[in-house]
Design a binder for this molecule. Structure first.
Ligand code: GCO
Length: 444
């Protein structure tokens, strides 16, 4: 593989997120986020890990951006932490937070690396969670004010914007399953959180459109997995369709103007009571690009015991298939199928793969990490992206998840996804062989 096969306009990059990398949770006026609170609770994060220091990107951003540049990676996607800008979520702006992101953005630009900003990568201000967080409809107003400040502060320099990262994960894991911050569960939290998130994505996008120069690219990102039934029985096929509605369609479809997939998930019909008069016009937006993030596929079987969806995922670790350290099946054709699936929506203008990558057990031996499994994974998935592109499907960019090993949410530091190894005791960075492989791919 080499980059020229993908054409001159194809956008290459690497992705990261504030909470997973920055550390410095309580410096320079930053307020507490829901993750600062959640990670401090006993038993929430594997091995009792915490993101207090993480990769110390807050202090070492220059070193990391230097690495991005040295690997020939032209685009760097990272997120802004709401609580650095607005420590209490609303109200007074913390100038030190604005200054910090200006330093990061300026350093990227000086190095010839294009910054791509995600405005929300899951770290809601705790002060807003205390008022109900995403379950409280006022979040649309709070989020809009935050977006507006970011647009004013960074709009003259940053060309690519993503409103939110993977809404189905932060609402599903955080407000339905309770395994991510803020640890809430049940439909009574999940359903309003879904609707308020949709309204916020659209409100945020409209503000960006109003405030930013006309040539700015406005997007938002979605997680997705290719879903297949375990058997061709009617029950399994119907279960797979329900899982697909929940995992792949729940957020993109309203945003494209298609409404919520309540035909498949009837329990979601209770969302109607949160949809107020006038909401219809505020639920969809014409995005310049849609970011899709794919790692694996899911096999689904009918399950009488799983409430609301009547479907369960068959664990890859029980199926005798290759998996990553996350227990996710390595299934390269999933990314091809997802590109096809998102191409089927005529409203989608441009698709960019804003995340793809894998955690494997890496070992640092004499200053080297020879991560052949990761290289094979990335190569195989990229072949499938190329296949989709060659078949004429719209896909105009690819970002690896992620630059450095980092704090993988409830899994802590155990899963290593980086192109760059971090020794979490010394914070020393070592480019893995996958990083050099990506550099070479981008040099040809
Ligand atoms: C995501 C993420 C990342 C994860 C990655 C691996 O889920 O959007 O952006 O934060 O670390 O997906 O699980």
């Amino acid at each position: 593989l080499n980059k020229s096969l993908f054409g001159d306009d194809f956008q290459w990059g690497v992705s990261a997120a504030a909470l997973q990398t920055e550390g410095a949770c309580d410096v320079d006026g930053k307020g507490q986020s829901i993750w600062d609170v959640f990670s401090s609770k006993k038993g929430k994060i594997l091995n009792g890990d915490h993101h207090h220091i993480a990769c110390d990107f807050y202090n070492r951003y220059q070193e990391d951006i230097d690495i991005v540049k040295s690997l020939n990676i032209p685009n760097f996607r990272f997120s802004i932490s709401w609580t650095r800008i607005l420590p209490e979520g609303t109200g007074e702006v913390n100038q030190a937070g604005i200054d910090y992101y200006n330093r990061v953005i300026d350093y990227c630009l000086q190095q010839g690396v294009e910054p791509w900003i995600t405005l929300y990568h899951w770290d809601l201000p705790q002060a807003l969670e205390a008022k109900g967080g995403w379950t409280n409809r006022d979040v649309v107003v709070w989020f809009s004010a935050y977006v507006s400040i970011c647009a004013d502060a960074f709009g003259s320099k940053v060309k690519h914007w993503m409103v939110m990262n993977e809404p189905s994960v932060f609402t599903g894991a955080g407000y339905f399953l309770g395994i991510h911050a803020p640890g809430k569960s049940g439909l009574r939290n999940f359903v309003p959180a879904v609707h308020h998130t949709v309204l916020s994505i659209v409100a945020g996008a409209k503000i960006l459109r109003d405030k930013l120069p006309a040539d700015r690219q406005i997007g938002t990102t979605f997680s997705c997995s290719y879903i297949e039934p375990v058997s061709q029985s009617d029950k399994d096929i119907a279960a797979a369709n329900r899982a697909d509605a929940l995992i792949n369609r729940l957020f993109i479809e309203p945003i494209l103007g298609l409404g919520y997939p309540t035909t498949e998930i009837t329990a979601l019909k209770r969302i109607d009571k949160f949809i107020l008069p006038g909401d219809a016009e505020n639920m969809s937006f014409d995005f310049d690009f849609i970011g899709i993030q794919n790692y694996t596929r899911e096999l689904v079987e009918y399950s009488f015991f799983t409430p609301y969806v009547g479907a369960s995922l068959v664990k890859a670790t029980k199926r005798n298939v290759p998996t990553t350290e996350m227990g996710w099946e390595v299934y390269p054709a999933s990314i091809y199928e997802m590109i096809k699936k998102f191409n089927a929506y005529p409203q989608v203008k441009k698709i960019i793969i804003t995340e793809n990558g894998a955690a494997f057990k890496d070992s640092l031996v004499e200053g080297q990490v020879d991560d052949q499994q990761r290289i094979a994974y990335l190569d195989d998935y990229l072949q499938q992206v190329l296949r989709a592109k060659n078949e004429g499907y719209n896909v105009e960019g690819y970002f690896v998840w992620t630059l450095t090993d980092n704090f993988e949410w409830a899994e802590g530091y155990h899963p290593r996804f980086g192109l760059v190894h971090i020794d979490f005791d010394t914070l020393k960075r070592t480019v893995k062989n996958s990083g050099y492989w990506f550099r070479d791919l981008l040099s040809k």
